[in-house]
Design a binder for this molecule. Structure first.
Ligand code: SF4
Ligand code: SF4
Length: 289
C-alpha cells in the first residue's frame, strides 16, 4: 500500500488545492485530511459523512461537589492555574497531569477521558475520505493524525485500494511528523518567496532526517521567476526532484470559492500542470515495482 502526503512549510501555499485536484484526477484512492488543526479539504471534497466517531485524548478532572469540602488544596497544587475559585476546571489551561486528584483529601476529583474532537468516515465523489474536527484550543493533534492514518489504512484494506492520498499538516511540528513518518512519498508545496524557500528548506530537513522520499511543487511559480529559480537550485543541490511549476491563475480561487478542485472546472495551464504532476507521482510511486 502506498501513502503519498502533500505538505507545505506553512499554511496557505495551495497544498489543499493540489491535494483536492489529485484526488479528482485519481479517483478511488482513500483521501485523508491530516491537517487537523485547520481542516479544509472537506470544502472541496464535499463529503457525505457516513460515520461520526468521538476522539478522546488525555484526561480532564471532574470535581464532585458532593464529596468536596472546599479545602482548596487542588487550586493550590495546580501548576497551571486551571481550577477556578468556584472549582470549575478550565479546559484551556488544564494539562491533565492528575496532581489535583492525587492531593484531593476527599477523593472528590475523578480524572475522565478528555473529549477533544470527532473523526469521520465519509464518501466523496472521488472516493472514501477519513477526516476530523479537533475541538477549539484542543491539543494532541499529532495523536489524531496518527489515528486518521491508521483508519485510512484499514479502510484501504477493506475496500481493496492500494493508494492513500493525505493532505498533511503544515510546518515542522508534531502533527506533520505524524503525517509523514513511514510515507511512500512526501510532496512539498512551496511558493516563490523568501519565506517560501526558508519553509521548504526546513521541511526538507525534516524529510531528510526521517529518510522519506520527497519532491517539490512550486505553486504560483511565475509570480517571481528569480525566486523560483532559487528553489530549483536548492532542490538540485539536495537532489530533490521538482515535479511541477504551477502558474498563477485566478481560476484557482474561483474554483475554490465554488467548492471544486480546479481540475474539475478548467482545462488551462494550471490543470495541465497538475495532470503532468499526477503522472510523475504515479511514475515515482510505481516505477520500482
Ligand atoms: S482538593 Fe478536593 S476537597 Fe479540596 S477543594 Fe479540591 S476538590 Fe474539594
Ligand atoms: S489535572 Fe493537573 S492541570 Fe488539570 S486541573 Fe488538575 S492539577 Fe491542574
Amino acid at each position: 500500500m502506498k501513502e503519498i502526503v502533500i505538505i507545505s512549510g506553512k499554511g496557505g501555499t495551495g497544498k489543499t488545492t493540489i491535494t483536492a485536484s489529485l484526488a479528482a484526477l485519481w479517483k478511488n484512492t482513500i483521501i485523508a485530511d491530516c491537517d487537523v488543526d485547520a481542516a479544509d479539504l472537506h470544502l472541496l471534497m464535499q463529503p457525505l459523512t457516513k460515520q461520526t466517531n468521538p476522539f478522546y485524548s488525555g484526561k480532564l478532572p471532574n470535581i464532585d461537589m458532593n464529596l468536596c469540602n472546599e479545602c482548596k488544596k487542588c487550586i493550590e497544587v495546580c501548576e497551571f492555574n486551571a481550577i477556578r475559585n468556584d472549582f470549575s476546571v478550565s479546559k484551556i489551561d488544564c494539562e491533565g497531569c492528575g496532581t489535583c486528584a492525587f492531593f484531593c483529601p476527599t477523593g472528590a476529583i475523578r480524572l475522565e477521558d478528555r473529549h477533544c474532537g470527532e473523526w469521520y468516515l465519509s464518501e466523496t465523489r472521488f472516493g472514501p475520505m477519513v477526516h476530523a474536527r479537533l475541538g477549539i484550543a484542543e491539543a494532541n493533534s499529532g495523536k489524531l493524525v496518527t489515528l486518521i492514518r491508521k483508519e485510512a489504512k484499514q479502510l484501504a484494506e477493506k475496500k481493496g485500494l492500494d493508494l492513500i492520498l493525505i493532505d498533511g499538516s503544515p510546518g515542522i511540528g508534531c502533527p506533520v511528523i505524524s503525517s509523514i513518518t513511514g510515507a511512500s512519498l512526501v510532496v512539498i508545496v512551496t511558493e516563490p518567496t523568501v519565506s517560501g524557500i526558508h519553509d521548504m528548506e526546513r521541511v526538507l530537513g525534516l524529510t531528510s532526517h526521517f529518510q522519506i522520499s520527497s519532491s517539490v511543487i512550486i505553486n504560483k511559480a511565475d509570480l517571481n521567476r528569480e525566486m523560483s529559480q532559487q528553489i530549483e537550485s536548492v532542490c538540485k543541490n539536495c537532489n530533490i526532484e521538482v515535479l511541477g511549476r504551477i502558474p498563477y491563475d485566478r481560476i484557482v480561487t474561483k474554483a475554490m470559492v465554488e467548492g471544486n478542485p480546479v481540475v474539475e472546472v478548467d482545462n488551462g495551464p494550471v490543470t495541465q500542470e497538475i495532470q503532468s504532476i499526477s503522472h510523475q507521482i504515479h511514475n515515482r510511486l510505481y516505477s520500482n515495482q
